[in-house]
Structures are given as C-alpha cells and as structure tokens.
Design a protein around this ligand. Structure first.
Ligand code: ATP
Length: 234
C-alpha cells in the first residue's frame, strides 16, 4: 500500500480564540478525487491552506506527498501541488497567452505547455484576447490552466465551479476526471452537495470546522446524522 498523497492527522487550527478546524483526519490517495463540501466558514479554505503549507496547524500533523508542506521543496516543485484559489486576480490588460506564459515562467515550465493547457481548457481562440474582456467562466478556465502547469501530483481547487453555468461545470469535471485517471490526487471544495454529486470518487462533508462525513456518495446517502441542511435528496 502506498502512502497517501495527502495525510491530515487530528488537525486543529485556531485563529486566536476562533477554532476554524478541529479534529480533522483525512487521507487522500493518488488517482483519487474528493469533494470537500460545506457552508461558508466550515473550514474548507483553511484545510487547503494547511495542505499548501501557507499556515501551520495549531495541533496535529499535515503531510503532503509524504512531507510537511511548510518546509517541503517537493510540494513546491512544479509537479508538486497545483492550486486554484477561490478568487484569482489577473492583470486585465494582459492576454490569456501572456498570463499563462507568465505563470509558466514562474514555475519553470516550457511556454509550449502553457499553450497546450489553454487548448485543454478551451481557451485557444481567446488566447490573444485581453483577460479584462473574459467572462467569469473564461477566467476560471484560465485559473485552472495555471493550476495545471507542471502536471502537479496534487491539485487543490477552491470552489472552482461556483457561478459557472452547468455546461462549463461539466467541462471542469471532465478535466478533473482525466487528471484523476492520469494519477493525480484532486481535492475540490464546494458549497453544494447536489452540484458535485457523482463528480468525485468520495465526498468529505465539513460543518463548523469538523469533518462530519466521508465516503462515497452512496455511503453518505445512508448516513442519518448529517445536519438537515446537508442531507442529500434521494
Ligand atoms: P467559504 O466557503 O466562505 O470560503 P470556508 O469553508 O472556506 O468558507 P474558512 O475560510 O476556512 O471557511 O474559514 C473557517 C473559519 O475560520 C471561519 O469562521 C473564518 O471566519 C475563520 N477564519 C479563516 N481565516 C481566518 C483568519 N485569517 N483569521 C481569523 N479567522 C479566520
């Protein structure tokens, strides 16, 4: 059995007296996609920041690709962890091609890979267009393309499909499935259980900092202890 790509053991994260995350155990493997579902303030972004090594846990252990992400060169390497934040600001006067080239340089990835990724997310035709003219969906796809630079082994996507129309959402999920099939570990967060249903291998449900349910959607359907607002309609 190989080690998990992401291993969170009894994590707690406090901000002063505010407890953002408490008692979270979560293991994600290679070739696996998991949705992290919860309402505003449930702790989803905090967990991702811990996995990125941007913050340290107040208690517990975080391992990503076998290492502490705060100190790990492997996690930061170009094929380590890719991240799409909830909101990503691009310079509106740059074209899509310029933006992806900029990120490719930052990651030490050949420019051609950036071009290929623009094609993969369906932005080839708009590559010469200024990002200021892009729709929300186009900006999200550009954000996904930058997260995919370097073929990361772990991909963290913070609410990537919020505000996207159903067709665009499906194209996002199709790309996520391909990455998973290619061996990546994909964690994406969402407010809406119904929206991600059937799109990932497992679902992790957070409520007020706690991981209250984890498993396949079929397993979660049978769990009666989910708060009413989280229950899935069957
Ligand atoms: P959203 O869906 O709104 O992005 P979330 O599930 O990602 O919510 P977090 O952003 O992780 O939730 O926040 C969890 C809790 O921690 C919230 O109560 C939030 O107010 C608090 N929190 C997050 N970051 C900080 C911070 N830097 N300082 C103080 N409190 C914080």
């Amino acid at each position: 059995m190989t080690d998990p790509s992401i291993d969170l053991i009894n994590i707690e994260k406090r901000y002063g007296s505010q407890v953002a995350v408490r008692g979270v155990d979560l293991q994600l493997n290679a070739s696996e996609s998991v949705a992290l579902v919860g309402h505003n303030g449930a702790g989803k972004t905090t967990l991702m920041k811990l996995m990125l090594g941007l913050i340290r846990p107040s208690a517990g252990t975080v391992r990503v690709l076998g290492e502490d992400p705060v100190a790990s060169a492997a996690v930061r390497s170009r094929n380590g962890v890719g991240f799409l934040p909830e909101t990503i600001a691009f310079n509106a006067s740059m074209t899509g091609a310029e933006v992806i080239t900029f990120f490719a340089r930052l990651k030490g990835v050949p420019k051609a890979e950036g071009r290929d990724l623009l094609a993969r997310v369906g932005l080839s035709d708009a590559a010469g267009q200024r990002v200021g003219t892009y729709s929300k969906g186009m900006r999200q796809r550009l954000g996904l393309a930058q997260a995919l630079l370097g073929s990361p082994r772990v991909l963290l996507l913070d609410e990537p499909t919020t505000g996207l129309d159903p067709q665009l959402r499906q194209s996002f999920y199709a790309i996520i499935s391909e990455l998973r099939d290619a061996g990546a570990t994909v964690l994406l967060s969402s407010h809406a259980l119904t929206e991600i249903e059937g799109q990932t291998d497992r679902v992790a449900i957070m409520d007020r900092g706690r991981l209250i349910a984890l498993g396949t959607i079929e397993k979660l359907r049978s769990i009666a202890r989910l708060p009413v607002r989280m229950r899935i309609s069957v």
